[in-house]
Design a protein. Structure first.
Length: 327
């Protein structure tokens, strides 16, 4: 019998709280509080955890060949968990545009769907769908190649970044592609395969290198081949992210008996729905608030996004229960 690792849920909770903070703070404030080293690691943390969880799922099911990874029912269930909540949010946004503006036409309707809807972080939905389709290849590559597969994937990731520069890829296209997160996914898969035999010295050394890279790019304007967009959120940064995830998973298990822990676990389990809810909130709802002191506005942003996301999560669960009971 598998025992759920609630530490993972708490990590997701802290990551989604960080996302809300990032969308509430100014860029200047982010730099002052050293956000590139902690709360700006939120999406990379999600990506490493996605790689980790998915690899564990593959291991549990004993998948070894591509047809097994892409078996229809298995893939359908994974995609349904992502697509259905998003479709609800997307339709809500399109209805809002239709009712309150004259901007909605068929081309906008279609483009908005494939771009992940509207609002900050809308790129996340197309990218997380891409990860679902890409992870079997990363998993099999790491499984079958024993000689430096992580190094090879690091170079592949840099190659994808170089490709985006050489082809003069625009920001609108780049933001929707998984390129910048390929190595984070790789590290998540690697951790799932090696969580009992991590070399602490190497992890410490590489995380220090990542820390220096993040600092150099964000505070000293260093430019590398991958820095055209999303400065500091590329392959060289993700050993630092891996250290954050590794420490979070290896800390003493979260005791679910404590109420505050249960709250964080619930937030973590609802993190995807909270992410979708904060997209809507920062896209339209926050503008309905009156002028408020920054601290009050930040607190309201946090509470409203969390509450709306949790309600969305629970309502979707209830809806699925009713659908299942009728069948």
């Amino acid at each position: 019998m598998n025992i759920r690792n609630y530490n993972m849920d708490v990590l997701k909770a802290l990551a989604i709280i960080s996302v809300i903070l990032l969308h509430s703070l100014t860029f200047k404030t982010e730099l002052k509080i050293l956000a590139p080293h902690h709360i700006k690691q939120a999406v990379p943390v999600f990506m490493i955890l996605t790689g980790y969880n998915t690899a564990k799922s593959y291991q549990k099911r004993g998948f070894k060949t591509l047809p097994q990874f892409y078996e229809f029912n298995y893939l359908r269930k994974r995609l349904e968990r992502l697509i259905y909540p998003f479709v609800f949010i997307w339709l809500l946004q399109m209805l809002t545009l239709f009712l309150f503006t004259d901007k909605l036409d068929l081309s906008l309707f279609i483009r908005s769907f494939f771009r992940g809807g509207r609002g900050p972080g809308s790129y996340f939905v197309p990218i997380i769908v891409q990860t679902t389709l890409l992870l079997p290849f990363i998993y099999l590559f790491l499984k079958k190649n024993k000689k430096q597969p992580v190094l090879i994937m690091f170079l592949v990731s840099l190659g994808l970044e170089l490709f985006s520069r050489l082809t003069d890829m625009g920001a609108a296209s780049y933001r929707l592609l998984v390129f910048r997160y390929v190595f984070a996914l790789t590290l998540g898969v690697w951790l799932a395969m090696n969580d009992k035999k991590v070399n602490y010295k190497w992890l410490a050394f590489l995380s220090i290198v990542s820390f220096i890279y993040i600092t150099a790019v964000n505070y000293f304007d260093w430019i590398f081949i991958m820095e055209k967009y999303w400065e500091g959120s590329h392959a060289p940064a993700y050993f630092w992210t891996l250290l954050i995830v590794f420490i979070g998973l290896k800390l003493p298990p979260v005791r679910i008996e404590r109420k505050v822990n249960r709250i964080f676990v619930k937030i973590g389990q609802a993190s995807y729905h909270i992410f979708l809810a904060q997209m809507v909130y920062f896209w339209r709802l926050k503008d309905l608030l009156p002028p408020l002191p920054p601290a009050v506005k930040l607190s309201l942003n946090m509470v409203l996004c969390l509450v709306l996301g949790l309600l969305f999560f629970e309502l979707e669960k209830l809806a699925w229960k009713r659908v299942v009971s009728k069948n």
